[in-house]
Design a protein around this ligand. Sequence first.
Ligand code: GLY
Ligand code: MN
Ligand code: MN
Length: 437
Amino acid sequence: MKASTALYRYVILLIVTLSLQFKLFSQVISAEEYTSRQKQLLALTSPNNAVILKSAGYKVRSADVAYRYRQESNFLYLSGIKKTNSILLFVPQGFRIAENMVNVLLFDPEVKKDSVANSEHGVNGAVVNSNRFDDIFNSVIKNTDTLFVSAPDLGFVNDWLNNRRIFIERDAYKTLQQKFPGLKIKSAAALIAGLREIKSNDETAVIKKAVEITGKGIERAMKICKPGMREYELRAAIEYEMIRSGCDYPAFPSIIGSGENSLILHYEDDNMKMEKNQVVVMDVGAELEGYSADVTRTIPVTGRFTKAQKEIYELVLKANEEIIKIIRPGIKFRDLDNKAIEIFKEKGLDRYLPHSVSHSVGLDTHDVISGQELKSGMVITVEPGLYFPKDETGIEPEYRGFGIRIEDDVLVTADGCEVISRNIPKTVKEIESIMNR
Ligand code: GLY
Ligand code: MN
Ligand code: MN
C-alpha cells in the first residue's frame, strides 16, 4: 500500500472512529469504491480520450459571504473530495510522472510534493500541485482527439442590461479549440450519468441513513405540530434532526406549506401561522455525505384530518401504493405517471395532478439518469399528489384550498422494489396516532 492510499485509509478510519465515539454516522463510501468508479469511467473511454472535471467554487450569497460549500456531484462521485479549486484529469493512455504511469491526476493548489498511488485495483493516480496543470494538460491534449468536460461553473449568465445570454461554456470550448485545432470537446455528463444512476451497496446504505434521519425529523414535527404554530417551527424540528445527525445541510430548501401554501410546489417562505382544519405538506430531505433523501408527508395541523381531507389523502395514498406495486426493472418513468393518472381519473380528479410522480435520487435530489427505463439499483421517488385551488369551482367547497402529496424513496431491485422510507408514518391511522400520543 502506497503512502497516499494509506493516508486515505487512515482518514477514513479516523472518521469512523470519531463517528462511533460521538454516535454520528459511521458509514462512508470505501476507498476501493472510488477506485472502482474511476476504473469504470476509464473503461468507457478510448486511448485518445481525456476526461477533465473541475471542483465546484464557492457560491456568493451576498457581498463577502458565501453559501456553505457543496462539491459538484460528478467530482464528488469520482473522488469523494470536498474541496474547491481542484481539477481531476483522466488519461486513459497514461501519463508519466517520474517513474510511474498514471491514469488519474488530481491537481490541488495546496499539495506540496507530488505523490503517486498505485492501487491494487488497477488505477494509478497522482496528486500534484495545480501550478503544473498547464504543462501537463498541454502535453496530454497533444495526444487526445476527444476531451470530455465536466465543468460546474460553465453555464450561461444573463446579461439583462443588454437582454442577452453569455454562454461561458461555448466560449470556453471555442477558445480551447482555437488553441488545439482538431480537438473535439464533449460534455462528460452522459458518461458519468450511466455510472451514477445505479447505486452501489455503500451508496444505498448512505441513502437509507439519510432517509432515516429525514424520518426522525418528520416524526418530531408530527409530534409538536399544533394550531397557532408557524411553519418554520416544523422546519426547525426537521432540520434539527438533520444537523445533529451529521448532515451538512438539507438537500434542498425544506418545503413546509400549510393551508393554501400546500398548493405551492416549491414553497419556501415557511412563515405562515398554521390554523386548525388545515393540512401541512412537509417535503424535506437530509443530505448525508452528498447523498439526498426526498420524502413528503402531509399532516393535519390539529392531528385529525377532516372528512374531505381524509378522503383525498386515502386516494393519494392509493396512488402511491399502486405505483410502488408496479415498480421493477424495465418499467418506464412514464408508466408510473400513467398509473397515478389512471387512479385519479376514476374519480375525475386526474387534472389536479400537475407534476410527474417520480425522479431518481442520489448525489443530486433530482439525480441523473441515462434513459427512461428503471433499472435494478436505481433509487427513485414515488410522489403522487392532488392540489385543489381555493377558487376551483369544479369541486365541492370542502375540497377547495388544499393539496396532499405523499412521497417515498424506493430502491429498484431485481424483481421489484424496496420502500426505503417505509418506516415513516404514512397511513391516516399512523399519522393521527403519532400526533395524538
Ligand atoms: N422536493 C423536490 C421534489 O420532490 O422533487
Ligand atoms: Mn420532495
Ligand atoms: Mn421528489
